[in-house]
Design a protein around this ligand. Structure first.
Ligand SMILES: [Fe+2]
Length: 393
């Protein structure tokens, strides 16, 4: 560890990693007083009952208090939250599962979508960029699935508004092996040597740029292998170097927790929490989860997503759902946030100057306006094409 005179850690290296320190840090206990909105705590994971908390998401003051609590848990407490009944209506989940299974079959037949960065090929099925694929295949289903105030609230609690949603489906079949302990994107997707090239403060920042989530598409008992998590491990400074170390991995295997989930539940965690997909020890459960990786407006997201195509597919469905009264404002806004680019940068300031403000309008701003004013599909398509031309010019 290279320290400056002021005690500032300049860079992490292998000597920075102190297993005893890590053990103490991750042996803490979460108490009810730390999470007043939670309905309970299971193995250091606070459980939030979204059925009873959903009205709070409609009330600005109560929403802010809840989001502040979640932000605190992600940053300086357990690092993980479980949202029970994040979906009031699980038929929305079943509809998405159906689409995902169709995509899996199609991709298997076309031999696309090969390669999973953790599992041996064949033990599981992955759909990369399930976000865009679902949206294009079933835009109404996408609207109902991502028009979910609970998911939006979790993302916003950690990243603020204008986050970039991405999603990847993982289906682990019986016998599918566990992953090894790791942290996630950004620095979690690098070797220890690469990570060590970034200064210590960048290690701290990286965890604030993404949020990991998972939506349970089936009931997931512990035997089916819900994500293994080590609460409080995000607090460990040199963790992006340490998770590559065998001693730390052994401790993870000893001390991790697994929380069973029901269909329609979701978990979210700080990407710096040590975690690993669990082993599916059941004989017959195909563990289907949609992994959400949400990026800050200020960061680069992992996947390239064609949000313009998605937005054009989604808008007509949102218009119908709004007119039919099937979705309220909060849920409509959540669907837009999951689909459209919420941030107006990077852009070309010669051709796309800010007008009447500090920033030009974002794609999401146009989409909200289109929904409010009842634009035609052609009008919306033209607006987005013009915007893209200005941004890329
Ligand atoms: Fe991961």
């Amino acid at each position: 560890m290279v320290k400056s005179e002021l005690g500032h850690v300049g860079y992490f290296d292998r000597e920075s990693c102190d297993l005893d320190e890590f053990k103490v840090l991750t042996s803490q206990n979460l108490t009810a007083g730390d999470v007043p909105h939670a309905a309970g705590i299971e193995k250091n994971v606070p459980l939030y009952d979204m059925e009873s908390l959903r009205p709070a998401l409609e009330d600005p003051e109560r929403r802010r208090a809840l989001l502040a609590e979640w932000g605190r848990v992600f940053r300086s407490s357990a690092g993980v939250i479980a949202l029970k009944r994040a979906y009031a209506d699980t038929s929305v989940i079943d509809r998405a599962s159906e689409i995902f299974r169709r995509i899996i079959v199609e991709e298997r037949e076309s031999a696309a979508g090969k390669g999973d960065h953790f599992a041996a090929a064949g033990a599981n099925d992955r759909i990369w960029n399930s976000l865009q694929k679902q949206c294009v295949k079933d835009p109404e289903g996408f609207a109902l699935y991502f028009g979910n105030a609970s998911l939006a609230a979790a993302a916003e609690a950690w990243l603020g508004p204008n986050y970039q949603m991405t999603a990847q489906v993982n289906q682990v079949r019986p016998g599918g092996k566990a992953q090894t302990a790791h942290r996630d994107y950004h620095l979690g997707f690098m070797s220890a040597e690469e990570a060590m090239r970034y200064p210590a403060h960048a290690h701290e920042v990286t965890a604030t740029l993404t949020l990991q989530g998972a939506v349970a598409h089936v009931d997931m008992a512990v035997e089916s292998g819900p994500t293994k998590l080590l609460p409080f491990s995000q607090l460990y400074g040199p963790g992006y170097v340490a998770f590559h170390d065998e001693g730390f991995r052994d401790w993870f295997e000893e001390a991790h927790v697994q929380v069973p989930l029901e269909k329609g539940d979701a978990v979210f965690f700080n990407p710096a929490v040590f975690h690993a997909g669990g082993e599916n020890r059941t004989a017959d459960v195909e563990r289907l989860v949609n992994l959400l990786q949400v990026s800050s407006a200020f960061g680069r997201s992992l996947e390239a997503v064609d949000r313009r195509t998605m937005a054009q597919a989604l808008l007509p469905e949102l218009v119908k759902l709004k007119q039919g009264g099937a979705m309220g404002v909060t849920d409509l806004d959540a669907a837009i946030a999951a689909c459209a680019e919420g941030y107006p940068f990077p852009t070309n300031l010669d051709t796309d100057p800010p007008v009447g403000g500090l920033a030009p309008p974002s794609m999401a701003a146009f989409m909200r306006q289109a929904l409010q004013e009842g634009w035609t599909a052609a009008q919306f398509a033209r607006t987005l094409a013009d915007q893209q031309a200005r941004q890329a010019a």
